[in-house]
Design a protein around this ligand. Sequence first.
Ligand code: CA
Length: 300
Amino acid sequence: MDVTAVLAERVLPDVSLVHGEGVVWRPDRQRLLFVDVPEGRILEADLGTGEVRSVAVPGTVGAVHPTVDPDTLVIADSDGIALLRDGEVQRLAAPLSGRPDMRMNDANVDPAGRYLAGSMAFDQTPGAGCLYRLDPDGTLHTAVGDTTISNGLDWSDDGTHCYYVDSPLRRIDVFDYDVATGALSGRRTFADTSTVAGIPDGLTLDADGGVWVAFFGGGRVCRFTPDGELDTTIELPVSQVTSCCFGGADLTELFVSTSTEGLNEQRLRTQPLAGAIFRAVPGYRGRPSSAFALGKPVAS
Ligand code: CA
């Protein structure tokens, strides 16, 4: 199959992140959410006006997502999972409390409003992490154990499949997903990415079931068809590409976060836009993100 190439441009010229991650479009405010992991910074940008709001929390932050309350966000932070309201952190779960060797990483909200968030060791110890699931009733579960760098993740339109990345494995996995219970089963390889430069990182699905994956160290975002075949590549002028999401009024723009983490001075000189947010218009449409259903029973 021929691979289509798509160009990306920088947006938000004032935004330069140390380790940008976790772009998420919030449709209620037509704004882009993302984080700067080591800075503990949560940012919300209006692409139309260029206005960027920023809040810092103690420690690191791996992910941010909307909740059903427009004034409250859910974050995956140093200790676990928390709500963020008016700059105040309200703890929901603290599985990493007393574990300074660990931090939370990528996360997403399932179609029923549950929050799934992965942990990892700072030194990337193999198997030290797991993927947690926080149900809206406040109970915390381990959804997937023995993970190393938990990333991904997103669901098929009907909620029956969950796409997931444990980055060092250099593949995209898919689980069968039970939306009624949040149970994951039948893990298998969706796409082997070992021939793509870099390691797979964040991912998002488009409305046609295509899977868009950021490649950290590979300087690109790739689309895989629902059959797992690579068919589109977006090349970026920076190597460390971390996450992607569809956004904009009609969900046809793909936003991409990038990172400077671990780049030495020489490499930073050759990629001065490392840490910026990029935008591409790849000719596909995304789907609205789900909101964490805090305090509400899970729909069955
Ligand atoms: Ca990531």
